[in-house]
Design a protein around this ligand. Structure first.
Ligand code: ATP
Length: 606
């Protein structure tokens, strides 16, 4: 088959126009059917719908349409190259110098367009993927934060595992798989049609056992590729499981390494390095065992694939040889047959090799939709009714239970005016921390009404001190963000809590929770209270790592500096009583008793 190169541009444009219209219609139809009728289609739309929907913006869809046209353009370029090969080899065979030089000129044009197309395609694909990834990461992160889902998710019947992996790895994988699978399928199908057409034109009937088979070449290719694909599929199938195991075993090994880093000090004190080394190497050898299994399986799989592609090099030549030597076709036709054969084989192989990619894609979809669903369910978990008021704390008819239904606290009613302070006491496990969780609206096994200041007017200091990543300045101001002009205030607060030695290290970026002792971290939390000046503050054993003198000094400071705020503390020490006007005793079985006492605020010692 020859090509009239002077018509190539015009023909290619009209080919592209027709292919674009057909592809858009078929693609849109297939997508709509998949979204309507398949589980993975629905999951895809749940994750990506808000981004791709024109109601959000037309831009993502338009850019994707450009990507589709670019994929068609690439197929058309391959078709043009295949005709170029035909003409070029025929010119060589005919010793036609004029045609030879003309075709080299054509090649220069084709090659330039090809390079520019490839670069442009790379850029647009990346830009599309990056924007999508940003959008999705922002959406998942916001969804995870919304309604405290990141905390309350633990109370679901089946909490999601590894949200970090879902937000980081799965988002990236989802975007890359979505783009490569959809565009890959489109180019494979269009290529298949285009090159089957070319083979059809080059094909002649073949007589097998006296029966004449028309267009035998085309059927031969399909039969060859389908059989080879089927065998490769059988051989390659175990690779899916082995690859999955590989990821899991790698993650296990990495987690053990990370954990050792996290608990380095404990392990070092226990002199536990021998046990830790055993664990690490045990996990590593499981990983290596699987790597060897992968190697042996790949030897079989790749061996077969290599053999098939070597046969595929000569197979089309063998089929066309009789016609070439009889003079029915030219060298160029033989070369084009070989090229078209390769393209058809590649296109069909796409569907085989995508089988395991698609399995991974579905697993990614499961993990992402599972994450979104879990966040939604976490938000729907019950909690106490929290009603914001500017000062004072009123608790009405509060019930708190354990997840197993055991009553920790029944029908609690309590009112605290500004300046009053409540000390919650009770045996370990009686539900003191859980009561604070319920007051904060975090605990789902609680009912009742809590009227109290909200937002930045309320501050909860949890039992375990928390310092965010970053510099000391942000750690003190947390959860407010610190402004450079705040230095004097932050330093003053540090001095007040006996941390004067930190005043010149505000800008130091360090892992502060590792450097500061627990007692120092607890003092820093007090500085945080002084800086944030909430209307109500909840302290859960916030002085447990301090000696009594320091505890006394800090409580005095708090009561003096924030005499209008409401204070709610949990603590075991009897010495705490003097800083509180009310005392709530829990017995852990539901009963409670409230006593009012005269607060006597002793003068500060320090
Ligand atoms: N997420 C949870 N799932 C199941 N049970 C929980 C959960 N959190 C707390 N509990 C249980 O609820 C009970 C109350 O725990 P809580 O931490 O409130 O006790 P506490 O009075 O603060 O104890 P301590 O004085 O030792 O700090 C305990 O029996 C605890 O095991």
């Amino acid at each position: 088959m020859d090509m009239d190169w002077s018509q190539a541009l015009q023909e290619s444009l009209s080919w592209l126009a027709v292919a674009t219209v057909v592809t858009f219609i078929v693609f849109a139809g297939a997508s709509a059917l998949a979204i309507r009728w398949t589980r993975w289609g629905r999951q895809f739309w749940q994750i990506a719908g808000p981004y791709l929907s024109p109601r959000n913006s037309w831009k993502p869809l338009l850019v994707f349409a450009v990507l589709l046209v670019l994929a068609l353009f690439a197929v058309r370029m391959n078709v043009l190259f295949s005709f170029w090969y035909n003409g070029f080899y025929s010119a060589l065979q005919a010793l036609d110098q004029k045609a030879f030089w003309f075709l080299l000129g054509v090649f220069a044009v084709l090659a330039t367009i090809h390079v520019l197309r490839a670069l442009f395609n790379y850029y647009v694909t990346q830009a599309f993927s990056i924007r999508w990834r940003i959008w999705l990461t922002e959406r998942l992160t916001a969804d995870w934060m919304n309604g405290d889902a990141y905390y309350r998710g633990q109370f679901l019947d089946t909490p999601v595992d590894n949200p970090d992996q879902r937000i980081e790895l799965d988002v990236n994988a989802f975007v890359n798989y979505s783009v490569s699978l959809s565009l890959g399928a489109v180019s494979a199908l269009v290529s298949l049609v285009a090159f089957t057409g070319i083979l059809w034109g080059l094909s002649a009937p073949l007589s097998v056992a006296g029966v004449e088979i028309p267009r035998a070449m085309v059927f031969a290719v399909y039969i060859y590729v389908i059989i080879a694909t089927w065998i490769a599929f059988r051989l390659g199938r175990p690779l899916i499981r082995l690859n999955f195991l590989n990821e899991k075993l790698t993650a296990n090994f990495r987690y053990a390494l990370m954990r050792l880093r996290e608990y380095a000090e404990n392990v070092a004190f226990y002199q536990g390095s021998a046990i830790e080394r055993g664990t690490l190497l045990g996990r590593f050898s499981a990983l290596i065992g699987n790597v060897w299994a992968l190697v042996y399986r790949s030897l079989k799989f790749d061996g077969f694939n290599l053999a098939v592609s070597q046969v595929a090099v000569v197979f089309p030549f063998i089929l066309q040889a009789p016609r070439f030597f009889s003079g029915a076709i030219k060298l160029g036709d033989v070369m084009q047959t070989s090229q078209a054969f390769g393209q058809v084989q590649d296109s069909l192989s796409f569907f085989r090799s995508s089988y395991d990619t698609f399995a991974q894609y579905r697993a990614t979809l499961d993990r992402l939709t599972g994450f979104l669903d879990a966040n939604q369910q976490s938000r729907e978990l019950p909690s106490v009714t929290r009603i914001a008021q500017s000062e004072a704390l009123d608790i009405v008819g509060m019930q708190v239970q354990r997840p197993d239904g055991h009553h920790l606290l029944q029908d609690l009613n309590l009112n605290l005016r500004p300046g009053q302070a409540l000390l919650i006491k009770g045996p370990s496990g009686s539900g003191k921390t859980t009561l604070l969780r319920a007051l904060a609206g975090l605990w789902p096994y609680a009912e009742g009404e809590v009227h109290c200041p909200a937002g930045s007017d309320a501050l909860f200091l949890a039992q375990r001190p928390y310092l965010p990543l970053g510099d000391l300045r942000s750690a003190i101001a947390y959860p407010a963000s610190s402004l450079p002009g705040d230095d004097e205030r932050l330093q003053q607060a540090l001095r007040q809590v006996n941390l004067a030695h930190l005043t010149d290290r505000l800008d130091l970026n360090n892992d502060w929770s590792r450097i500061l002792s627990i007692g120092e971290q607890q003092r820093l939390a007090f500085a945080r209270v002084l800086v944030n000046r909430p209307r109500i503050v909840f302290l859960d054993e916030s002085t447990s790592a301090m000696d009594e003198g320091l505890e006394h000094a800090l409580y005095s400071l708090l009561r003096r500096e924030m005499s209008d705020s409401v204070l709610v503390s949990v603590g075991h020490r009897a010495t705490l009583s003097r800083f509180h006007t009310h005392r709530l005793e829990l017995d852990g079985q539901g009963a409670w008793s409230l006593t009012e006492q005269a607060a006597h605020e002793p003068p500060a010692l320090s």
